[in-house]
Every structure is written in C-alpha cells, then in structure tokens.
Design a protein around this ligand. Structure first.
Ligand SMILES: [Ca+2]
Ligand SMILES: [Ca+2]
Length: 364
C-alpha cells in the first residue's frame, strides 16, 4: 500500500504557510503608518510588544484623507501584496493594544485589501474591498487582543459582509460587484487596517495611540501545480521539492522559486521550460529531469545558489529575463512555464547530483 502514502505526502507538502508576517521590533522596515504619509509612520518600540517590540501608531481623525484613518505598510517593497487568489490567502490577523483612546462613537476597525491605480502614495486612484473585523474600542486603555479576519480569496462572488469601492481615479472604476471583487483579490497592492469604513457611510471621530504586533497574512502556500512528484531521494534520505511564492501576475513581476529538503551546503540552480518531459538520471544524475523542449538555466550572476545550513535555496525571478537556450525572453500572460531545480550531492563520498520535482504555472 505504498501509493496512498506517497499521494498523501504529495498533497500535504503545500500545507498552510505565511504569505507575509511581521513581529515588530526595532529593525522592521515596512513603515506601517497612516496612509503613506512619511510623517505619520509608526514608531518602533523595543519593548511593550506581545512580546518584544511593537510599533505605536498615532491615529487622529484630523490627519486622515479618508472618512476613517487607515494604517498601511508604507514601504514601496513591502510583502503585503500579490495575487491573493493565486497565493491561496485565507486570513489576516494582527494584535493590537490601545494605549490611550478617545472616540465619541467607538472605533470599529475594518480590514481593507487594495488595488493601487498607479500612484502608490495617492489613495484617489485605488480600489478597495473591506470588511468589519469585529473589534471595537472607544475610551482609554484596551489590552492586547488578536484580531483575525477570514479572506475568502477563492470565492468568485463578493463574500458576505464585504463592501467594494473604486475611487474616482481607479482603473477599475468601470467594474462593480463581483467583477470588482475578482479584480481586486487577484491584484492586491497593499492591505490596511481602517478605523471604520474607509469609504461610504463612515462616521468616525477619534484619537488613539495604538500598538501593533504580530501581523500575519496566512495562505495555503499553493501557487502553481506540482508534477513529477516526489523526486528521487537524495543523500538526506528524502526527496527535495520545489515551490513558488509571490504572484502569477506578469505585470507584478513578483515570483520566487524555492527548493527545499536539499543536502546541506550544496550548490544548485533552477531550470525552466515551457514543455514538460521526463529523463531518468540524465548525465549520471541520481534524479529525474522533468522538463523537455528548450530548457533554460538560471546561471547568470548571483543565480547559482547554495542550500547552506538550512538545506534550501531561493531565487527571486525577473520575469522579463527568463533564460532559454537562445537567450533571455520575457514571460507573457497566458503562457505556462515549468520549473525544476538541479543540485549537487554526494553519497558515500562520491559526487553526484539530483533534482527536485517540477512545478508548472500559468501566468496571468
Ligand atoms: Ca513583537
Ligand atoms: Ca494609489
């Protein structure tokens, strides 16, 4: 009964994973603060978190461009974005403590996912989907609380409780309802914690000092389709494997390859082709080549990687510079590409090599 065991293994390897997370301390750099205003970035504190460090954000109705002030990651290259459907995003959670608060009508934080229309620091070309988090605070001190919001990213219809808004300058302004939901969930440029509804019907006046810690965007980690799995056991006694993280969107150009369960301190590189194939033990390798057709190798400057002490390596791709035997090409939306990693190995002191399994992704 070996087959069911192997199938179960193959299905479980893409289990729950964090798309992004932030345990605040003094060194975090995503610049969470109010509405991309560099003067209103949260202050990093080395103590007082839950535990360790935290950030402290001063939220005042008077400093917001919106009906209800919104806390967002201000750094241009923050990780709180991507194709949330492709990433299998399931929830966002954060921990907050209200140090001091004053809000005549209470504050009801909303969770926001946002598509940016092109000017990153200007909210007026953005489109939002937002939902009430269930958290409420009004006056004085409110101790640490974990606020978790489900994100039904697979839903093709607008989930219950969610509202949508495309601001006047948004390129998505012609869409509404489910079409707008589907456009936003597949192209999220940032997330936000708004102090109430950020658009339409908000009725919020308040001044708070809020500590934040332990932000987590959870996903199922499944991007692309694994095939040729599992690979052949390497010297660790188990097969190595490949995963994709980031986004299937060509325009976002935010995709990384991850190879794991490798022998330690082993050199390797990634391979790609638009065709799948199967060659057992090519060139005397212990593993299987699962690509066919025109196979490109990521062996440019900085692309030959080492598995180090963790037994894994990662390569951030530039989708406009994809290797083929005849040179670099740009991947286009609609194309399907396959990826695999080759790595060195040694068994009983004899040098050999092996491969991960393969992964296939249709780009958007
Ligand atoms: Ca912390
Ligand atoms: Ca914008």
């Amino acid at each position: 009964m070996r087959l069911p065991v192997l199938l179960a293994f193959a299905l479980c390897t893409g289990a729950s994973a964090q798309v992004a997370s932030e345990d605040f301390g003094v060194t975090n750099t995503d610049d969470w603060g109010i509405e991309f205003d560099p003067n209103l970035v949260g202050v990093h504190m080395g103590t007082g978190g839950n535990p360790g460090g935290r950030i402290e954000v001063t939220v005042q109705s008077s400093s917001s461009q919106l009906p209800a002030a919104m806390i967002v990651p201000g750094a241009a290259n923050h990780p709180w974005k991507g194709d949330f459907r492709g990433l299998g995003v399931t929830s966002f959670s954060f921990e907050r403590q209200v140090e001091v608060g004053s809000s005549n009508f209470g504050t009801r934080p909303f969770f926001v996912i946002a598509n940016d229309g092109g000017t990153r620091t200007d909210l007026s070309d953005d489109a939002w989907a937002f939902v009430f988090t269930g958290d409420v605070f009004q006056f004085g001190f409110s101790p640490w609380l974990t606020v978790s919001t489900p994100i039904p990213s697979a839903s093709a219809t607008t989930p219950a409780g969610w509202d949508l808004a495309a601001l006047p300058g948004s390129p998505l302004g012609g869409l509404s309802g489910d079409a707008l939901w589907n456009a936003i969930i597949q192209d999220v440029d940032y997330i936000g914690i708004a102090m109430d509804r950020p658009f339409g019907g908000a009725f919020w006046f308040g001044n708070h000092i809020i500590s934040l810690d332990n932000l987590v965007l959870e996903g199922n980690g499944i991007l692309g389709t694994r095939y040729c799995s599992p690979g052949v056991n390497n010297s660790t006694g188990a097969p190595s494997s490949i995963e994709l993280t980031g986004s299937a969107s060509v325009s976002q150009n935010n995709l990384s390859l991850v190879a794991s369960d490798l022998p330690l301190n082993a050199f390797g590189f990634f391979l790609t082709s638009q065709a799948q194939g199967f060659v057992a033990g090519p060139g005397g390798s212990d593993g299987n080549l699962c690509l066919g057709g025109s196979i490109g190798r990521y062996v440019g400057p900085g692309q030959i990687v080492n598995s180090g002490a963790a037994g894994s390596f990662t390569l951030a791709l530039d989708l406009t510079q994809t290797p083929t035997p005849t040179g670099l090409v740009a991947i286009a939306a609609g194309e399907t590409w396959n990826f695999q990693a080759w790595h060195r190995d040694a068994i009983g002191g004899v040098a050999t090599s092996n491969f991960t399994d393969g992964i296939s992704l249709q780009f958007q």
